[in-house]
Design a protein around this ligand. Structure first.
Ligand code: GDP
Length: 298
């Protein structure tokens, strides 16, 4: 299960805090050191952990908890609040234009992250929950299997897929898809772009070109929670090179240690929009920082 080890460790620290009556500053410090170790072991970025612990420390001092009877509870409450803040406090939704305009969403990510699956999941959600008329666009011309996979997924969720094979430039396919959408009364175009094994210049250039030439309203990055710090580094690089509006964190149903969920917002300043909770096309959940914190705390 995701976060298992982190949850165990935090619960242990909290149990210690609750079991003591009055807490001295040294005792609170020792407990926070354990929280710090637990977060580092969960693969949360070092910088993020440091700021997180400093902030809790300051608040504990500010709340004058030391030597008070409810010190343990107060510290636990502060840790909880800071965890929620770390993940962005509020839920961020994908921004859509008014329904009479076409919203273009560009999906990006490295191969295997779950981009093609997530693209179909997202289309299905926005169709069902926001009443959008989506069109999926196969822009990954480097892997014919990716085009086929998008078509299969599109069929499963009842969303049409626009494809032109692998002989055209992604930007031209995207432009043709826009015309198709306009002609057919669709108001949401979701581009499934190429996923490479590693970030490279050609990949970034292609994404920038699409972004420049189409009116891309939202750029969403799909990253795999199982890859921990790598997911955070990939998010930072994509954000710096092309600018992203949000992240979908996939495979949170696996036994990830949790570092990516806790670091992405703090490192990139961009929100996690959704989490992938399985391989089925309905397994996409809106991201709620408070619920995630509760889950982590167990
Ligand atoms: P892409 O290369 O980024 O387009 O990745 P795919 O969409 O092909 O996904 C790669 C693999 O990850 C597939 O086997 C998917 O079923 C699986 N996958 C995607 N999202 C999730 C998720 O949230 N949870 C789980 N368990 N598997 C997922």
């Amino acid at each position: 299960m995701a976060f298992e080890s982190l949850t165990d460790k935090l619960q242990n620290v909290f149990k210690g805090l609750r079991s003591k009556g009055k807490l001295s500053e040294a005792e609170v410090k020792a407990a926070l050191k354990e929280v710090k170790m637990a977060l580092l072991e969960a693969d949360v970025s070092f910088k993020v952990v440091k700021q997180f612990i400093n902030s809790i420390q300051e608040q504990a001092v500010g709340a004058e908890v030391f030597g008070k009877l409810d010190a343990g509870q107060t510290v636990i409450k502060i840790v909880n609040e800071e965890l929620v803040k770390l993940m962005g406090s509020e839920t961020t939704e994908v921004d859509l234009k008014p329904g009479n305009e076409i919203t273009v969403i560009m999906m990006t990510g490295l191969q295997g992250a779950g981009k093609t699956t997530t693209t179909a999941k997202l289309a299905a959600q926005l169709k069902a929950k926001k009443g959008r008329k989506p069109l999926l666009v196969a822009c990954d011309v480097y892997r014919p299997a990716a085009i086929k996979q998008l078509q299969i997924n599109g069929e499963k969720v009842g969303v049409p897929v626009f494809a032109m094979g692998d002989k055209h430039k992604p930007v031209d396919i995207a432009k043709a898809a826009m015309e198709h959408a306009a002609k057919n009364g669709m108001n949401l175009v979701i581009l499934d772009t190429a996923g490479r094994l590693h970030i490279d210049e050609a990949m970034m250039d292609e994404l920038v070109e699409i972004k420049d030439q189409l009116d891309v309203h939202q750029t969403i990055l799909v990253v795999d929670a199982m890859t921990g710090q790598d997911a955070v580094n990939v998010s930072e690089t994509f954000n710096n090179k092309i600018g992203i509006d949000g992240v979908v964190l996939t495979k949170l149903d696996g036994d990830t240690r949790g570092g990516a969920a806790l670091s992405i917002r703090a490192v990139t300043g961009k929100p996690i929009l959704y989490v992938g909770m399985g391989e089925k096309l309905s397994d996409l959940e809106q991201f709620y920082p408070d619920r995630m914190a509760s889950r982590i705390l167990g």
